[in-house]
Ligand binder design. Sequence first.
Ligand SMILES: N[C@@H](CCC[C@H](N)C(=O)O)C(=O)O
Length: 293
Amino acid sequence: MSTRIAFLKGHGTENDFVIVPDPENALDLTPAAVAALCDRRAGIGADGVLHVVRSAAHPEARDMAGEAEWFMDYRNGDGSVAEMCGNGVRVFARYLQHAGHVGEGDLTVATRGGVKRVHIAKHDSGAGDVTVGMGRARLPEGEVTVGVGARSWPARNVNMGNPHAVAFVDDLAHAGDLYTAPPVGPEGTYPDGVNVEFVVDRAPGHVAMRVHERGSGETRSCGTGACAVAVAAARRDGADPAATGTPATYTVDVPGGRLVITERPDGEIEMTGPAVIVAEGEIDAEWLESATR
Ligand SMILES: N[C@@H](CCC[C@H](N)C(=O)O)C(=O)O
Protein backbone atom coordinates (compact mmCIF):
# COMPACT_ATOMS: atom_id res chain seq x y z
CA MET A 1 0.00 0.00 0.00
CA SER A 2 1.32 3.41 -0.87
CA THR A 3 2.03 6.16 1.63
CA ARG A 4 -0.78 8.57 2.46
CA ILE A 5 -0.48 12.29 3.06
CA ALA A 6 -3.15 13.89 5.25
CA PHE A 7 -4.96 16.93 3.87
CA LEU A 8 -7.96 19.09 4.67
CA LYS A 9 -10.07 21.33 2.49
CA GLY A 10 -11.24 24.73 3.68
CA HIS A 11 -12.40 28.10 2.44
CA GLY A 12 -12.85 31.72 3.45
CA THR A 13 -15.68 33.40 1.50
CA GLU A 14 -15.18 30.61 -1.06
CA ASN A 15 -11.50 31.35 -1.64
CA ASP A 16 -10.64 27.68 -1.25
CA PHE A 17 -7.51 25.89 -0.14
CA VAL A 18 -6.00 22.44 0.17
CA ILE A 19 -4.45 22.41 3.64
CA VAL A 20 -1.41 20.16 4.02
CA PRO A 21 -0.22 19.74 7.62
CA ASP A 22 3.53 19.07 7.59
CA PRO A 23 4.86 20.29 10.96
CA GLU A 24 8.48 19.24 10.39
CA ASN A 25 8.61 20.36 6.73
CA ALA A 26 9.25 16.82 5.57
CA LEU A 27 7.31 17.03 2.28
CA ASP A 28 8.86 18.18 -0.97
CA LEU A 29 5.90 20.27 -2.11
CA THR A 30 7.14 21.21 -5.57
CA PRO A 31 5.26 23.74 -7.77
CA ALA A 32 4.10 20.80 -9.92
CA ALA A 33 2.75 18.97 -6.83
CA VAL A 34 0.85 22.10 -5.75
CA ALA A 35 -0.61 22.56 -9.24
CA ALA A 36 -1.67 18.88 -9.30
CA LEU A 37 -3.41 19.18 -5.92
CA CYS A 38 -5.22 22.38 -7.00
CA ASP A 39 -6.37 20.96 -10.35
CA ARG A 40 -10.19 21.02 -10.17
CA ARG A 41 -10.61 18.00 -12.46
CA ALA A 42 -7.62 15.74 -11.94
CA GLY A 43 -6.75 16.78 -8.38
CA ILE A 44 -8.56 17.91 -5.23
CA GLY A 45 -9.20 21.41 -6.57
CA ALA A 46 -8.47 24.75 -4.91
CA ASP A 47 -7.27 28.31 -5.47
CA GLY A 48 -4.13 27.56 -3.47
CA VAL A 49 -2.35 25.39 -0.92
CA LEU A 50 -1.79 26.18 2.75
CA HIS A 51 1.31 24.20 3.72
CA VAL A 52 1.28 24.12 7.53
CA VAL A 53 4.82 24.02 8.92
CA ARG A 54 6.35 24.85 12.29
CA SER A 55 8.20 28.15 11.86
CA ALA A 56 11.32 26.63 13.41
CA ALA A 57 11.35 23.94 10.69
CA HIS A 58 11.16 26.28 7.68
CA PRO A 59 14.15 28.27 6.42
CA GLU A 60 11.92 31.22 5.43
CA ALA A 61 10.27 31.39 8.86
CA ARG A 62 12.94 30.44 11.39
CA ASP A 63 13.45 34.11 12.34
CA MET A 64 9.78 34.41 13.25
CA ALA A 65 9.68 31.23 15.40
CA GLY A 66 9.92 33.22 18.64
CA GLU A 67 6.79 35.19 17.74
CA ALA A 68 4.70 32.61 15.89
CA GLU A 69 4.88 28.83 16.26
CA TRP A 70 3.28 28.12 12.85
CA PHE A 71 4.26 29.27 9.35
CA MET A 72 1.75 29.57 6.51
CA ASP A 73 3.75 28.46 3.46
CA TYR A 74 1.17 29.73 0.96
CA ARG A 75 1.23 28.70 -2.73
CA ASN A 76 -1.01 29.85 -5.57
CA GLY A 77 -2.92 27.25 -7.60
CA ASP A 78 -0.31 27.29 -10.38
CA GLY A 79 2.41 26.42 -7.84
CA SER A 80 3.87 29.92 -7.59
CA VAL A 81 4.76 31.43 -4.23
CA ALA A 82 3.01 34.56 -2.93
CA GLU A 83 3.98 36.87 -0.10
CA MET A 84 0.58 36.90 1.56
CA CYS A 85 -2.93 35.48 1.44
CA GLY A 86 -5.51 37.21 3.64
CA ASN A 87 -8.23 34.58 3.41
CA GLY A 88 -5.53 31.94 3.68
CA VAL A 89 -4.40 33.23 7.09
CA ARG A 90 -7.94 33.10 8.42
CA VAL A 91 -8.46 29.55 7.15
CA PHE A 92 -4.99 28.60 8.46
CA ALA A 93 -6.05 29.83 11.93
CA ARG A 94 -9.27 27.86 11.68
CA TYR A 95 -7.23 24.75 10.83
CA LEU A 96 -4.95 25.31 13.87
CA GLN A 97 -8.08 25.52 16.04
CA HIS A 98 -9.64 22.46 14.35
CA ALA A 99 -6.44 20.45 14.96
CA GLY A 100 -6.33 21.51 18.62
CA HIS A 101 -3.11 23.51 18.27
CA VAL A 102 -4.83 26.71 19.43
CA GLY A 103 -8.14 27.69 21.02
CA GLU A 104 -10.46 30.63 20.46
CA GLY A 105 -8.99 34.06 21.04
CA ASP A 106 -5.69 35.56 19.90
CA LEU A 107 -2.89 33.83 18.06
CA THR A 108 -0.06 34.68 15.69
CA VAL A 109 0.78 33.19 12.29
CA ALA A 110 4.11 33.60 10.49
CA THR A 111 3.79 34.42 6.78
CA ARG A 112 6.18 35.61 4.08
CA GLY A 113 4.59 39.02 4.70
CA GLY A 114 5.61 38.92 8.40
CA VAL A 115 3.85 37.80 11.57
CA LYS A 116 0.07 38.30 11.45
CA ARG A 117 -2.18 38.59 14.51
CA VAL A 118 -5.41 36.66 14.29
CA HIS A 119 -8.46 36.58 16.53
CA ILE A 120 -10.90 33.67 16.48
CA ALA A 121 -14.15 34.88 18.00
CA LYS A 122 -16.21 32.67 20.27
CA HIS A 123 -19.44 33.73 18.60
CA ASP A 124 -19.98 34.85 15.03
CA SER A 125 -20.86 38.55 15.16
CA GLY A 126 -22.62 38.29 11.81
CA ALA A 127 -19.58 39.52 9.87
CA GLY A 128 -17.85 36.15 10.18
CA ASP A 129 -15.68 35.16 13.06
CA VAL A 130 -12.00 35.24 12.18
CA THR A 131 -10.22 38.60 12.16
CA VAL A 132 -6.68 39.13 10.93
CA GLY A 133 -4.42 42.14 11.39
CA MET A 134 -3.17 42.61 7.83
CA GLY A 135 -0.59 45.31 8.55
CA ARG A 136 -0.39 48.54 6.57
CA ALA A 137 -1.08 49.20 2.92
CA ARG A 138 1.58 50.80 0.74
CA LEU A 139 0.36 53.06 -2.04
CA PRO A 140 3.19 53.42 -4.56
CA GLU A 141 3.02 56.68 -6.54
CA GLY A 142 1.89 56.71 -10.14
CA GLU A 143 -1.31 55.70 -11.82
CA VAL A 144 -1.74 52.37 -13.51
CA THR A 145 -4.27 51.29 -16.13
CA VAL A 146 -6.30 48.09 -16.33
CA GLY A 147 -7.84 46.98 -19.61
CA VAL A 148 -10.48 44.48 -20.71
CA GLY A 149 -11.21 44.27 -24.44
CA ALA A 150 -11.76 47.78 -25.78
CA ARG A 151 -12.31 49.30 -22.31
CA SER A 152 -9.66 50.55 -19.92
CA TRP A 153 -9.75 52.20 -16.51
CA PRO A 154 -7.30 54.12 -14.32
CA ALA A 155 -6.39 51.95 -11.34
CA ARG A 156 -4.82 52.41 -7.92
CA ASN A 157 -1.61 50.58 -7.15
CA VAL A 158 -1.95 49.13 -3.63
CA ASN A 159 0.53 46.80 -1.98
CA MET A 160 -0.76 44.61 0.86
CA GLY A 161 2.48 42.64 1.08
CA ASN A 162 1.46 41.43 -2.39
CA PRO A 163 0.67 43.64 -5.39
CA HIS A 164 -2.79 44.82 -6.44
CA ALA A 165 -4.26 47.07 -9.12
CA VAL A 166 -7.72 48.35 -8.12
CA ALA A 167 -10.04 49.70 -10.85
CA PHE A 168 -13.42 51.32 -10.13
CA VAL A 169 -15.89 50.37 -12.88
CA ASP A 170 -19.58 51.05 -13.60
CA ASP A 171 -20.55 47.40 -13.85
CA LEU A 172 -18.74 44.24 -12.64
CA ALA A 173 -19.79 42.55 -15.90
CA HIS A 174 -17.36 44.89 -17.69
CA ALA A 175 -14.54 42.74 -16.27
CA GLY A 176 -15.62 40.09 -18.80
CA ASP A 177 -14.98 36.38 -18.31
CA LEU A 178 -11.57 36.92 -16.64
CA TYR A 179 -10.27 33.66 -18.13
CA THR A 180 -6.98 35.42 -18.71
CA ALA A 181 -5.16 38.08 -16.72
CA PRO A 182 -6.33 41.59 -17.68
CA PRO A 183 -3.46 43.64 -19.08
CA VAL A 184 -2.11 46.21 -16.63
CA GLY A 185 0.11 49.11 -17.69
CA PRO A 186 2.46 50.80 -17.91
CA GLU A 187 4.57 47.78 -18.73
CA GLY A 188 7.12 46.93 -16.06
CA THR A 189 5.01 48.29 -13.15
CA TYR A 190 4.57 44.78 -11.74
CA PRO A 191 7.59 42.69 -12.71
CA ASP A 192 6.32 39.76 -10.61
CA GLY A 193 2.71 39.97 -11.80
CA VAL A 194 -0.30 41.51 -10.09
CA ASN A 195 -3.73 40.75 -8.66
CA VAL A 196 -6.43 42.85 -10.34
CA GLU A 197 -9.64 43.99 -8.63
CA PHE A 198 -12.73 45.45 -10.36
CA VAL A 199 -14.94 47.42 -7.98
CA VAL A 200 -18.43 48.97 -7.99
CA ASP A 201 -20.17 50.99 -5.31
CA ARG A 202 -23.15 49.51 -3.50
CA ALA A 203 -23.76 52.22 -0.86
CA PRO A 204 -21.62 54.60 1.23
CA GLY A 205 -18.90 52.43 2.81
CA HIS A 206 -20.07 49.39 0.87
CA VAL A 207 -18.55 48.10 -2.37
CA ALA A 208 -18.53 44.89 -4.40
CA MET A 209 -15.60 43.42 -6.30
CA ARG A 210 -14.39 40.74 -8.66
CA VAL A 211 -10.78 39.68 -8.76
CA HIS A 212 -8.31 38.04 -11.09
CA GLU A 213 -5.58 36.60 -8.90
CA ARG A 214 -2.00 36.20 -9.98
CA GLY A 215 -1.30 32.48 -10.08
CA SER A 216 -4.92 31.36 -9.60
CA GLY A 217 -7.19 33.13 -12.13
CA GLU A 218 -10.60 34.50 -11.15
CA THR A 219 -11.40 33.48 -7.59
CA ARG A 220 -14.54 33.89 -5.50
CA SER A 221 -12.71 36.08 -3.00
CA CYS A 222 -9.32 37.57 -2.20
CA GLY A 223 -8.59 38.90 1.29
CA THR A 224 -5.57 41.03 0.43
CA GLY A 225 -7.56 42.21 -2.60
CA ALA A 226 -10.52 43.23 -0.44
CA CYS A 227 -8.15 45.21 1.83
CA ALA A 228 -6.57 46.90 -1.20
CA VAL A 229 -10.07 47.76 -2.44
CA ALA A 230 -11.10 49.20 0.96
CA VAL A 231 -8.00 51.42 1.07
CA ALA A 232 -8.44 52.56 -2.56
CA ALA A 233 -12.13 53.31 -1.90
CA ALA A 234 -11.31 55.23 1.29
CA ARG A 235 -8.73 57.44 -0.46
CA ARG A 236 -11.10 58.03 -3.37
CA ASP A 237 -13.79 59.02 -0.83
CA GLY A 238 -11.37 61.42 0.89
CA ALA A 239 -10.93 59.21 3.99
CA ASP A 240 -7.41 58.89 5.36
CA PRO A 241 -7.49 57.53 8.93
CA ALA A 242 -3.83 58.45 9.56
CA ALA A 243 -4.57 62.10 8.74
CA THR A 244 -7.98 62.44 10.42
CA GLY A 245 -7.68 60.03 13.36
CA THR A 246 -10.99 58.45 12.33
CA PRO A 247 -11.08 54.76 11.35
CA ALA A 248 -12.52 53.90 7.94
CA THR A 249 -14.65 50.78 7.61
CA TYR A 250 -15.78 49.25 4.31
CA THR A 251 -17.98 46.26 3.67
CA VAL A 252 -16.62 44.45 0.64
CA ASP A 253 -18.90 41.98 -1.14
CA VAL A 254 -17.10 39.30 -3.11
CA PRO A 255 -18.75 36.62 -5.26
CA GLY A 256 -18.23 34.15 -2.39
CA GLY A 257 -19.54 36.26 0.49
CA ARG A 258 -18.69 39.37 2.48
CA LEU A 259 -15.62 40.76 4.23
CA VAL A 260 -15.48 43.74 6.59
CA ILE A 261 -12.33 45.84 6.51
CA THR A 262 -11.29 48.58 8.93
CA GLU A 263 -8.27 50.84 8.49
CA ARG A 264 -7.27 52.31 11.84
CA PRO A 265 -5.63 55.70 12.44
CA ASP A 266 -2.28 53.95 13.03
CA GLY A 267 -2.58 52.54 9.49
CA GLU A 268 -3.23 48.96 10.62
CA ILE A 269 -5.88 47.16 8.60
CA GLU A 270 -8.16 44.53 10.10
CA MET A 271 -10.22 42.10 8.05
CA THR A 272 -13.08 39.97 9.40
CA GLY A 273 -14.93 37.17 7.68
CA PRO A 274 -15.83 33.49 7.89
CA ALA A 275 -13.32 30.63 7.67
CA VAL A 276 -14.51 27.06 7.33
CA ILE A 277 -12.99 23.56 7.26
CA VAL A 278 -15.17 21.40 5.01
CA ALA A 279 -13.40 18.04 4.63
CA GLU A 280 -10.47 15.89 5.64
CA GLY A 281 -8.82 13.10 3.71
CA GLU A 282 -5.67 11.41 2.49
CA ILE A 283 -3.65 12.00 -0.64
CA ASP A 284 -2.11 8.99 -2.35
CA ALA A 285 1.60 9.84 -2.35
CA GLU A 286 2.16 7.67 -5.43
CA TRP A 287 -0.51 9.60 -7.36
CA LEU A 288 1.07 12.89 -6.32
CA GLU A 289 4.48 11.65 -7.39
CA SER A 290 3.20 10.46 -10.78
CA ALA A 291 1.14 13.64 -11.31
CA THR A 292 4.27 15.73 -11.03
CA ARG A 293 6.46 13.66 -13.36
N1 LIG B 1 -6.41 34.86 -2.22
C1 LIG B 1 -5.42 35.50 -1.49
C2 LIG B 1 -4.25 36.07 -2.23
C3 LIG B 1 -3.35 34.96 -2.73
C4 LIG B 1 -2.07 35.44 -3.34
C5 LIG B 1 -2.25 36.14 -4.64
N2 LIG B 1 -2.82 35.31 -5.66
C6 LIG B 1 -0.87 36.64 -5.10
O1 LIG B 1 -0.20 35.98 -5.93
O2 LIG B 1 -0.45 37.69 -4.62
C7 LIG B 1 -5.97 36.42 -0.41
O3 LIG B 1 -7.01 36.07 0.17
O4 LIG B 1 -5.34 37.42 -0.07
